[in-house]
Each structure stands twice: as structure tokens, then as C-alpha cells.
Design a protein around this ligand. Structure first.
Ligand SMILES: [Zn+2]
Length: 302
């Protein structure tokens, strides 16, 4: 965990718990989880993750992602990630942006999560493009013994459009716990003593973290979604919880942004245009600014 104030709060919370002989779950649940973000918390590092990557050459890892009629998800996500890095560094003073990849080469998902955790990211934004699978169509092409003969074939489904936001679901909690633990137990000896997997108090603290990350991820997703819909007038499929590997291995609030349907001709044109990419980036920056202002102004717990 990068945040000293947060660590100190968790530490003092654990001391408080140890000193309460009759502490109960009822007491824990009465603690507002928001108070974990104490005064003085500042967002310093945002990890921007361009989904997929690699080349058709056969050399190196290749994660092609979705494709449109003339463009590929892996190129669109990289273009938006590079623009987003520039925009954050320009418009959000003091924030460092770490890219999980800055070239066309692919980086596997574990490495992406490692990069995020090693750089002590405060937020993780993963960029992707959506695509609908082909539709199966059955047609009666004749009859045999009075029974219809079907011919089944696939047609592209280009009906998907707009954005979709994903946050990690709950069924990945084991991996997520490990990531949180690894991030907590790093350099701070006072924290080492408080995170013991066999200790019920540690587990309660861990659960507080998980709840907090999930809540913060959903909230950030809401802010992003609002910008896309309200400011850019885009269609949205909403916010969904899903077990996304790269998200649950990053021990920080994390949102996966499906920036549009690359196999829809209108969305593909938008995703490849300067205007579209700039709008997406501007909306992400506004949402991140709002999020930053909110979490940094949470009042000190009484
Ligand atoms: Zn993708």
C-alpha cells in the first residue's frame, strides 16, 4: 500500500480492535468504510493499461483483441492510452502516469498487474474495445420426408454500440487477497505484524480493503460513465461486475473501459478518429479529476 496515512489508520484501527475485549462484528460494521480514506490522502499514480498487443509475426506474445473492418483493438487502445497519459500529465498536476505498455508489443496480464502494484498505483484504468460475436442464423433450404432441412451460418453482429464499464466481481477474491497482502507487506514493519492470514482481525481489515476497492471502483466507473453519456452523448451498456484477471490482481481501485464496439461501423470510425479519441480521453480526465477531488476531500474520521 502506498499511502502512509492509510497504513497508519489501518494500523491504529487494528490496535483499537485488539484493545476492545468485547469487540463484535456489529461494531465493525458500524465503522464507516469511507473513513479508511483519511485526510491527507493524495492520488499520485494512475496506471493506464492499453488492452491487448503484439504482432502477427509469430514472434513474441500476441493478444490480438477484437477487430473491426479496418482496425484492431490493440492499436486503438494504445493510441488512446498514449493520449490519456499526455492529458493527465497536462491537466492533473503532480500525477504520475504509468503505462503497462507503450509500444505495440504485448504484455501478459500478470505482468500488467505487477507493473501496477510495483509502481504503487492509486488507480488502474484498463482500455479496451468491445465487439459482438457473430450471430448464428438458420434458414430452411428444403424439405426431406416432410421435414425441413436447415442451413446454419454465421453473420457479423454489428448492432452493439457505445461504452461499457467493468469492475471486478467477487468471485476472484482469493487472488485479490494475495495482491492486497503482497502490496501491504512490503516495506513497513509495523504493517507486517498486522497482516496475518490466520488472524481474524487481519481478515476483517482485509475485507474492509476489498469492500473499499470494490466500492471505489464502482464509483469511478459511475463517474466515467456519466461523462461518456452526459457530455459526449454516447450510448452506454452500463456498469458490470465481472471477474477480469488483470483487475483483480491489481491491489487498487480498477476499472476496465470498453470504449466502443469496434465491429460497429459508426463506433469504429469514432474510435479511430482524432475527435473520438480526444473526446474519450477528455471524459476520462474529467471523471478522474472529479474522483480525485472527492477522495482527497473526505473529512478526517472523528
Ligand atoms: Zn479487449
Amino acid at each position: 500500500m502506498k499511502n502512509k496515512a492509510l497504513k497508519r489508520l489501518i494500523y491504529s484501527l487494528s490496535i483499537l480492535l485488539t484493545s476492545l475485549p468485547f469487540f463484535s462484528f456489529a461494531y465493525i460494521s458500524s465503522l464507516n468504510t469511507d473513513t479508511i480514506t483519511s485526510n491527507g490522502y493524495k492520488i499520485k499514480t494512475i496506471v493506464v493499461d492499453a488492452g491487448h498487443g503484439g504482432q502477427h509475426t509469430g514472434a513474441g506474445h500476441f493478444s490480438p483483441g477484437a477487430s473491426g473492418s479496418y482496425s484492431f483493438e490493440r492499436n486503438v487502445t494504445l493510441a488512446i492510452a498514449l493520449k490519456l497519459q499526455k492529458a493527465i500529465e497536462k491537466d492533473m498536476a503532480g500525477i504520475k502516469v504509468v503505462l503497462t505498455r507503450s509500444t505495440e508489443d504485448d504484455v501478459n496480464w500478470q505482468k500488467r498487474a505487477d507493473i501496477a502494484n510495483e509502481n504503487k498505483g492509486d488507480l488502474f484504468i484498463s482500455l479496451h474495445c468491445n465487439s459482438l460475436p457473430n450471430r448464428r442464423v438458420s434458414e430452411v433450404v428444403g424439405h426431406k420426408h416432410h421435414k425441413p432441412i436447415y442451413h446454419t451460418y454465421e453473420v457479423p453482429d454489428r448492432s452493439g454500440k457505445g461504452v461499457l464499464l467493468l469492475v471486478y466481481g467477487f468471485h476472484r477474491t482469493k487472488e485479490e487477497e494475495k495482491a492486497i497482502k503482497d502490496n501491504l507487506i512490503e516495506d513497513d514493519s509495523e504493517m507486517n505484524s498486522t497482516i496475518d492470514p490466520n488472524d481474524p482481525e487481519s481478515l476483517i481489515l482485509m475485507n474492509e480493503y476489498k469492500r473499499k476497492y470494490r466500492k471505489q471502483s464502482i464509483h469511478l466507473a459511475e463517474l466515467i460513465n456519466n461523462e461518456f453519456v452526459e457530455t459526449d452523448g454516447r450510448h452506454s451498456d452500463g456498469i458490470r461486475e465481472q471477474g477480469v484477471l488483470v483487475l483483480c490482481h491489481s491491489a487498487m481501485p480498477a476499472v476496465l473501459v470498453e470504449t466502443g464496439y469496434i465491429n460497429n461501423p459508426d463506433d469504429e470510425a469514432y474510435l479511430n478518429s482524432e475527435k473520438g479519441q480526444n473526446e474519450i480521453v477528455a471524459s476520462l480526465v474529467r471523471a478522474l479529476q472529479n474522483y480525485k477531488n472527492e477522495v482527497e476531500s473526505v473529512s478526517q474520521p472523528q
